[in-house]
Design a protein around this ligand. Structure first.
Ligand code: ADP
Ligand code: MG
Length: 444
């Protein structure tokens, strides 16, 4: 049970914390125990434990709470057995895993993301086939392959499947799978340390480049330039490029025309919300990994109400599974309704508190953990209030839920934030512009 909850919580964390933080601080943690209220996880060292408690406990607890549907207390303890043996032998104290090894086999061959376990239907078939072609005939037909679509529809899944296949077939060093965010971060580090040449070489040696969430490049002119160089060098020599984005190139704001037209110069393949047939198939396939087969009425119910996107379905199944285990009852329609009653399904287009917070964090350059924290410095207070304001404007989520989604704040704090933001928006043109830009990105 601890493992199930932790497994699902980790998936959520993968979406909420940056890849670098995830790999360094979350991936090495193990679930140890679950007593119905508190989840005990283990860290490889005391230093590691303290760091996680200080910086990540809040997001971990909210991820776990989202999975179980109740308030979860997270305890972190030390288990030295988890410390990887230091390279070359003994002596050195265990250290957190190095930030990221961009194309290590472990990362590119993620068993969760394969072509085999991708469920194909009318809404994603073109993207699926094009991704396979990118593996089978790299660089020749659809180059670049540009996948786009809303949240939770399988873009990252396909991208990783491409990377995993290429790595398995031609060796992990021939493929680089990276998020646009990491691309930018690594470039900044390279610039700072005067390692630009090395940075470029690493990209230009590979046969396949997969870049996720390219919308992240919006407004980052220097990064776009560097990315355009990389793109051109690879493309000119027939290497395969696969990109994923939450919207098509011509709708990407803040992307230079040169790059935008390159994005659009190969095959554009969209992934849409699953149609009824695919929804049913997804429920069947996804629930099969949770043990017993679901009754027909449960499948119908989940397909109709909880399958706007696949991530939503996975979340619902995990909650149902956790709840059924907890109360030791079989999964019936009544139990499913009961379990999911307190959750508002993600709306079409996936505009959730999570997504809004993510976009606000990007714009104001603060981390999610900071936004959720109790700190009230102006640097954090403004984005936090803006996030509340946007949640209010763009979702039907009740104020109470907005408050609890933003670090456990109460209803009156949200009301106050709305007033503050509205007042500031009237007076401050720069803020008006910033908020409008966030809103545009969220609602396109
Ligand atoms: P996106 O990158 O489009 O936001 P992801 O690729 O992260 O979405 O998908 C969200 C979750 O749903 C992942 O766990 C993924 O494996 C799963 N998923 C999405 N589409 C499919 C599909 N067609 N078949 C099986 N699993 C899917
Ligand atoms: Mg993704």
């Amino acid at each position: 049970m601890a493992e199930t909850i932790w497994g699902e919580a980790r998936k959520r964390l993968q979406d909420t914390v940056s890849q670098q933080h995830f790999e360094t601080w979350i991936a090495p943690l193990r679930a140890h125990a679950w007593d119905g209220k508190s989840l005990t996880i283990q860290a490889p060292s005391a230093f590691f434990r303290d760091w996680v408690k200080k910086h990540h406990l809040h997001v971990i607890a909210s991820a776990a709470s989202a999975v179980t549907g109740g308030e979860v207390v997270v305890q972190v303890e030390v288990n030295r057995a988890l410390a990887a043996p230091p390279p070359g032998g003994s002596g050195t104290p265990p250290r957190p895993r190095a930030a990221r090894r961009a194309s290590s086999a472990a990362e590119v061959a993620d068993p969760r993301y394969t072509f085999d376990n991708f469920v194909v239907g009318a809404s994603n078939e073109i993207a699926f086939r094009a991704a396979r072609t990118a593996v089978e005939q790299p660089g020749s037909r659809f180059n670049p392959l540009f996948l786009y679509g809303g949240v939770g529809l399988g873009k990252t899944h396909l991208l990783r499947a491409v990377a995993g296949c290429v790595a398995a077939g031609r060796g992990p060093e021939t493929v680089l799978s990276i998020s646009a965010e990491d691309f930018v971060n690594e470039m900044i580090v390279a610039l700072r340390h005067d390692h630009v040449e090395r940075f470029r070489r690493r990209f230009r040696r590979i046969a396949t480049l997969a870049v996720d969430d390219v919308q992240f490049l919006a407004g980052k002119v220097r990064s776009q330039e560097e990315f355009t160089h990389t793109f051109n060098a690879l493309h000119a020599s027939g290497r395969q490029i696969v990109l994923a984005s939450d919207r098509p190139p011509h709708e990407l704001p803040g992307i230079e025309e040169a790059l935008r037209s390159r994005f659009a110069s190969g095959l554009l393949a969209d992934i849409r919300s699953p149609d009824p047939a695919l929804r049913r198939e997804l429920v069947r396939r996804k629930s099969a990994t949770h043990g017993a087969e679901l009754p027909a009425d449960v499948i119908e119910f989940l397909a109709d109400h909880w399958c706007e996107n696949v991530r939503q379905l996975e979340g619902a199944l995990a909650r149902v599974d956790a709840y059924a285990t907890l109360v030791e009852r079989p999964v019936t329609l009544a139990l499913v309704r009961e379990t999911l009653a307190n959750f508002v399904p993600v709306r079409a287009g996936g505009l959730t508190i999570d997504r809004i917070v993510g976009e606000v964090c990007l714009t104001f350059k603060v981390t999610r953990a900071e936004l959720m924290s109790a700190r009230r410095t102006a640097r954090l207070a403004v984005p936090r209030q803006v996030a509340m304001y946007l949640c209010r404007r763009l979702t039907d989520v009740p104020l109470r839920t907005i408050g609890s989604g933003l670090g456990g704040r109460d209803h009156s704090t949200v009301v106050h934030a709305l007033e503050v933001v509205e007042r500031k928006l009237r007076a401050d043109a720069a803020l008006r512009e910033t908020v409008a830009a966030v809103e545009a990105r969220l609602s396109s």
